[in-house]
Structures are given as structure tokens and as C-alpha cells.
Ligand binder design. Structure first.
Ligand code: HEC
Ligand code: CU
Length: 313
């Protein structure tokens, strides 16, 4: 397709194919109705033109069946578009189970990527082909947007919050990464490359990069050095099995313990207090960098038996 229409980037994932099919169907539908209307305007203006200066138009008072017809047909079409687009949106929003999680901290003007194995890279992202990859992203300063045209995905990266995006690359190759949210002077330089590699090459790349301290180990280290361990081993809520579970709160609510909840628990512990515990946990606002937060998160996830990214084939 790309060879015939060079204005479109290649389709790097099944999701990209879905988005393009939808996009071209929309364009096709629009062209069809626009042409139909133009043709009818032309035809009617010739066919029903005034033929003599004294001719007076017929007095027409509308037709109920016709009105219903041109209300119901567009309604059905538009609902169809809605259902189709919603299905694409859900696919985009719901990563499959057992993704390979990569952590991204954006800042003016670079992408800092951490792999679970402890490898960090800047403006580069190496991922295995054929495996669902989930990005957990946050920003250290302003809003950025992670844009991978080849996969037809774009997701805002927001300070103080985690957003995530997943994709599964099929074809090995080197693809463009952009920032798609104007973020200051060097916004246009906030670009990078995504390297999709055969799983075997990826394993090789990982071992070549030299296994540093894994994110889980780095998180565990922070957990001890920040003093979390002094509370969370004894009487405070155990963090084992926390990630992905439901937590009953003091005020009667139940919340899902995802990335956002864990982050909030560390930065604003009193916002949601676990039922049965006193709000004695101090805030760690300003004491943990965004990268450190991601490591803590990886550690807490690992306590729930969530393998933070063993590469499987
Ligand atoms: C002074 C003791 C203390 C320290 C230090 C402490 N916590 Fe806590 N933590 C608590 C208590 C008590 C709760 C439960 C009450 C609440 O929700 O605030 C809690 C709740 C949490 C929760 C939510 C748990 C759940 O079951 O929903 C997380 C996550 C958490 N802490 C992580 C950390 C991390 C990470 C650190 C270190 C950066 C840390 N805590 C340091 C006492 C502590
Ligand atoms: Cu940016």
C-alpha cells in the first residue's frame, strides 16, 4: 500500500491496518455522498430549470416517508461508524495480558526509556517483534505526546500521571518516533527511533547492553533506602499481591490498585487511606524522581507476581 501511496507511513502492526481501513472507508463514504449531492444538484438544476419567464414552481408540502428515509438511513450509517470506531478504540485501550512493559519518562526534550532488565536508553526504544509491548509513560515537566506513526498510535504523556499505550510490532525495522504535543523550543527535535527486532536479536541486544541493575532490583533498593521497608514489612498494609487487586478504603470506596493508585499512594498517601490502617504514611513528594517512581512501581508490581517483562517467544 505504502508504495502506491507514499504519503502514508508503512503499516507496522495489525492495529495500523485496522485504523487505515477505517480511515479510507470514511474518506470513501464522504467522497460517495459528496459526489452524489453534487451530481443531484447539477441534475436537478438542469432538469427543473425555469423554461418560460411566467412559469411558477409547484407548491410542495413535503413527504413523510421521504423525511423518515433520509433521517433513518444516515442514523444507521453514523451508528455503524460509531460502533466500528469504538471497537478500534477498545483494542487500542486494552492491552492483552502478559505484555512486555517498558517505562518512559519524557522531559524537555528527550524520551528516557527504561527496560525492566535495567537497560536505559534515550530517544531509542528497542522492542521484540511479535510481542505485545506496553508503555507506561509519564512526564517530568510539560505535556508531551508519544507518537509512532507506523503503528498509528499517539498518546499524551502527562506530568503527575501515568498514561499507557500498547502495540505489537510485526515487522522488524527502524521506525520514527515523534513528540506530537508542542512542548517548547526544541519540540521539533524531540524525536527518536523505535527498533523492532527479531526476538532472538532482541535477546542478543539485551545481553550486549550488559544487564545492569534490573528495574525491580533498583526499586527494591529505593524501597529500602527511602525507608518504605521499615513500615511495610510489619504492621502497614503488605504490598504483596497489591498490584491489580481491589483495595477497600476507609471511606467505604473500593479502588483498583493500578499504576495510578500506587503512584498516588506514595505521593499523596492521605488521598486514599486503606481501610483498617491509620494515615501515618508520610508523603514522598519531591523525594523520588519520575524514574525512581517507575522503579518503585516495577518493584511493587513484582511483589504481585507480575513478571515485569521476561521476554517470551
Ligand atoms: C511511616 C510508615 C510508612 C512508610 C515509611 C511508608 N508507608 Fe506506605 N503505607 C503506610 C500505611 C500505614 C499505609 C496504609 C494507610 C494509607 O493508605 O495511607 C500505607 C499505604 C501504602 C500503599 C497503598 C497500599 C494498599 O494496600 O493499598 C502503598 C503502595 C505504599 N504505602 C507504598 C509505600 C512506599 C513505596 C513507601 C516508600 C517510598 C512507603 N509506602 C513508605 C505506612 C508507611
Ligand atoms: Cu515533547
Amino acid at each position: 500500500m505504502a508504495t502506491y501511496f507514499p504519503f502514508l507511513p508503512e503499516q507496522g502492526s495489525r492495529f495500523a491496518t485496522g485504523v487505515d481501513t477505517f480511515y479510507f472507508s470514511m474518506v470513501g463514504l464522504t467522497i460517495f455522498f459528496a459526489s452524489l449531492i453534487f451530481a443531484l444538484i447539477l441534475f436537478f438544476s438542469v432538469r427543473y430549470r425555469r423554461r418560460s419567464p411566467r412559469e411558477i414552481g409547484a407548491d410542495i408540502h413535503g413527504s413523510l416517508p421521504l423525511e423518515i428515509f433520509w433521517s433513518v438511513v444516515p442514523l444507521v450509517i453514523v451508528l455503524g461508524i460509531f460502533a466500528w470506531a469504538t471497537e478500534l478504540f477498545f483494542t487500542r485501550s486494552n492491552p492483552p495480558a502478559n505484555t512486555y512493559d517498558v517505562y518512559v519518562a519524557a522531559k524537555q526534550w528527550m524520551w528516557k526509556v527504561q527496560h525492566p532488565e535495567g537497560i536505559s536508553e534515550i530517544n531509542e526504544l528497542h522492542v521484540p517483534a511479535g510481542r505485545a509491548v506496553k508503555l507506561v509513560m509519564t512526564s517530568q515537566d510539560v505535556i508531551h505526546s508519544f507518537y509512532l506513526p507506523i503503528f498509528r498510535i499517539k498518546q499524551d504523556v502527562i506530568p503527575g500521571r501515568y498514561t499507557s499505550q500498547w502495540f505489537q510490532a510485526d515487522k522488524p525495522g527502524k521506525y520514527h518516533l515523534f513528540c506530537a504535543e508542542y512542548c517548547g523550543t526544541n519540540h521539533s527535535h524531540m524525536t527518536g527511533w523505535v527498533h523492532v527486532m527479531e526476538p532472538r536479536d532482541y535477546q542478543h541486544w539485551l545481553s550486549q547492553a550488559g544487564i545492569g541493575t534490573s528495574m525491580v532490583a533498583a526499586g527494591e533498593h529505593l524501597f529500602t533506602s527511602l525507608g518504605c521497608a521499615s513500615c511495610h514489612v510489619r504492621d502497614c498494609p503488605p504490598l504483596q499481591g497489591l498490584y491489580g487487586s481491589s483495595v477497600a478504603l476507609q471511606d467505604g470506596r473500593t479502588v483498583f490498585a493500578g499504576e495510578a493508585y500506587i503512584r498516588e499512594s506514595i505521593l499523596a498517601p492521605t488521598a486514599k487511606v486503606v481501610r483498617g490502617y491509620r494515615p501515618i504514611m508520610p508523603t514522598f513528594q519531591g523525594q523520588v524522581s519520575e524514574e525512581g517512581m517507575l522503579q518503585l512501581l516495577a518493584y511493587i508490581k513484582s511483589l504481585a507476581g507480575e513478571a515485569p517483562g521476561k521476554v517470551q517467544k
